[in-house]
Design a protein around this ligand. Sequence first.
Ligand SMILES: Cc1cc2nc3c(=O)[nH]c(=O)nc-3n(C[C@H](O)[C@H](O)[C@H](O)COP(=O)(O)O)c2cc1C
Length: 220
Amino acid sequence: MDVYQAVAGRRAVRRFSDRPVPRDVLARVLGAAARSPSGGNLQPWNSYLVTGATLAELKKRAGERVASGDRGDEREFEMYPPALKSPYRERRAGAAERRYAAMGVARGDAEGRERAVAANWDCFGAPAALFCYVDRDLGRAQWLDLGMYLQTVMLLLRGEGLHSCPQLAWSVYRRTVTEVLSPPAGLMLVCGMSIGYADDAGPVVRVDRAPLAETVTFLD
Ligand SMILES: Cc1cc2nc3c(=O)[nH]c(=O)nc-3n(C[C@H](O)[C@H](O)[C@H](O)COP(=O)(O)O)c2cc1C
């Protein structure tokens, strides 16, 4: 698979099969992803690759919080600005529309949408998950490094026939993640990621991108 194919083939998968992911494959992907660039070569990603009983425990605890109506921990960062302006607002709404339509969740079906969101905390059925932490003493520029690392992981997963879904949603129940994973104090959870083989029966959602002229300016 060449780089273009990996980029084109990556999508946020939200329905995984329970087929286990071999540990050596995950180790190969994470070993290769360590070549991701970072400013000053700080390599500020602190990753936890979670499977088996530990992931089951995490899903159970998070699921209990969801079921009890617990809206989550106080936020350490906002996922989006409270008043998302144009064109971001429309892009976000368009992606959600596309996603829910593919899942058969009707526009006014608030409960259906809530159920779809709650699937985040079951990792959409995935048998593996990555949790990426950053040192609280680092700054915004290092979050950029994390983004590069996470995308590298996702592309390498495609190279192995695997799929993924990056998940800021895990920051909502970050204390539960931290309870189960016990990272050193001083680390902050930035992003989770479900990893596994896509369930062939799941919908394939292609989310549009803005026309190139909207996001790129070529200057001669
Ligand atoms: C940093 C980041 C966080 C995301 N968090 C979530 C999430 O919590 N739950 C989810 O279902 N999708 C999440 N996504 C997936 C996006 O919704 C998805 O990438 C976007 O809609 C474009 O769709 P595509 O990746 O399938 O092309 C996240 C993506 C990124 C890059």
